[in-house]
Write a protein that binds this ligand. Structure first.
Ligand SMILES: [Zn+2]
Ligand SMILES: [Zn+2]
Length: 229
């Protein structure tokens, strides 16, 4: 499965190939919300592979004309794709959005605050992919217009490095791996993410996911969680 697809077919296939994965083995794509950085690659990838796209009705109506013709399957609550059970988790964004839990792995991006469902869900997880979107100082001193800065900072925007690190400190001390992702290209650096995370989570294993290249292949199965393979 792919969870969101913001890159083109060839970029996605290329990055997967570098991880030893074949894009033709993807059985479907799940879409979290109607923002281009999450759905731009979906139309071309899903059509070329002839695979279904799983999306909430409201999200689909917000971007269907951009997605083009697709084999769409709607979900609202928990749903299954073959043997995989997928649970949507409420996030807080300026459009209808959600994160996902699959087994003991959770993916939470595009949320202006940590929601109660995220706090609840993380208790059962071994590993999490969490947004660490911006460094507050870089955002405030950066070139974005005031309104956009306010949107990002708001409870329906994105999680800052400090918010993400604090969430893990308070609720994730049992995790065996944390993937810090969805870094802003303008208002963040991997170094800032590392500084914020390590200041609050000294011994927690983590990886900062790059915007421009694949992250790695990890085994996520309970005790072995977080093992890079
Ligand atoms: Zn996004
Ligand atoms: Zn978004």
């Amino acid at each position: 499965m792919l969870f969101d697809a913001g890159k083109s077919f060839s970029e996605t296939a290329g990055r997967m190939a570098l991880l030893g994965k074949e894009i033709r083995e993807v059985d479907g794509i799940v879409l979290s919300h109607a923002h281009g950085d999450h759905y731009q690659g979906i139309g071309p990838i899903a059509r070329r592979l002839a695979i279904p796209v799983y999306v909430r009705k409201e999200v689909y109506s917000a971007c269907r004309w951009k997605l083009g013709p697709l084999n769409v399957r709607h979900f609202e609550g928990e749903f299954r794709i073959k043997e995989l059970a997928i649970t949507p988790i409420e996030t807080s964004h300026d459009v209808t959005s959600c994160g996902f839990v699959v087994g003991r792995f959770g993916m939470f991006t595009d949320t202006g605050c940590v929601t109660s469902q995220m706090k609840e869900a993380i208790r059962e997880l071994d590993a999490v992919l969490l947004e660490s979107n911006y460094d507050e100082e870089m955002l405030m001193n950066g070139p974005y217009p005031r309104l956009l800065k306010e949107r990002i900072l708001s409870a329906r925007g994105h999680l800052s490095n400090d918010d993400a690190s604090d969430f893990i400190r308070r609720h994730g001390s049992h995790l065996s791996m944390v993937f810090l992702a969805h870094l802003s290209g303008q208002n963040n650096t991997a170094e800032k993410v590392r500084e914020a995370f390590e200041s609050l989570n000294a011994d927690r294993p983590y990886v900062v996911c790059s915007r421009s290249r694949q992250t790695g292949t990890y085994l996520l199965n309970g005790r072995g969680s977080g093992l890079e393979i």
